[in-house]
Write a protein that binds this ligand. Structure first.
Ligand code: CA
Length: 225
């Protein structure tokens, strides 16, 4: 479920889009002109915006410019003009996708699903803080805390913990960990992995890395067990 602002001055079309999105389980707010669109987006902080190009007040391109300046949000532009220039400008001012009128509701919901998925993925990729239970890891500053207390991890211990927590619950074999964390450094073997896991658990708590017998290890999946 996502929060979506629909900006469209044709009341019937706006209502039809809103009805379809609500039946898909989304929360929907409607705005019918440029200034109202900017206000509504600022107040609602939506996950995505469906934005008509031709609007009273100021047009969709200007709306897009203004809302993207405040906070990046996925935008799907609706255009009746079919002019390539509008589309190019729309994409330049930060629209993620566009649909030419007339379009089917099925097409619109598919596009919305796609932009939401993309936004979610990029949010995950830019997140630098990983958390599980009482353990926090700051990837960019290479620091870890347990219950708010800085934990002294060696570089390899940090890399191991960060790698496992980046994909919580995903089981990694010792061979995978050796390749990804140690890069097959001389002298590193399966026992090296085990001893580092022990060290990380000793410093960060036993639940932070889970043993999967006969397979390998997985980062705690956020339940903080
Ligand atoms: Ca219009």
């Amino acid at each position: 479920m996502a929060k979506i602002v629909v900006v469209e001055d044709e009341a019937e079309l706006a209502a039809a889009i809103a009805a379809r999105l609500r039946s898909d389980g989304h929360l929907v707010e409607i705005a019918a002109d440029g200034p109202a669109a900017v206000r509504t987006v600022a107040a609602a902080q939506p996950d995505a915006v469906v934005l008509d190009l031709m609007l009273p007040g100021f047009d969709g391109l200007e709306v897009c410019r203004q809302i993207q300046r405040d906070r990046p949000v996925p935008v799907i532009m609706l255009t009746a003009r079919g002019s390539e220039t509008d589309l190019v400008v729309g994409l330049e001012v930060g629209a993620d996708d566009y649909l030419s009128k007339p379009f089917s509701m099925r097409e619109l919901t598919a596009r919305i699903r796609a932009v939401l998925r993309r936004a979610e993925r990029s949010a995950r990729e830019t997140a630098t803080m990983l958390r599980t239970g009482e353990v926090e890891v700051d990837i960019s500053r290479r620091r870890a805390w347990r219950g708010g207390q800085l934990v002294g991890l060696t570089a390899t211990e940090f890399d191991l913990l960060a790698y496992l927590l980046a994909a919580p619950g995903v089981v990694r074999t010792r061979a995978e960990l050796l390749a990804e964390v140690w890069g097959y450094r001389d002298g590193a073997g399966p026992r090296t992995v085990d001893s580092h896991v022990r060290a990380v658990r000793g410093k960060c708590g036993p639940g932070v890395i889970r043993t999967v017998h006969g397979v390998g290890y997985a980062g705690a999946d956020g339940q903080g067990r």
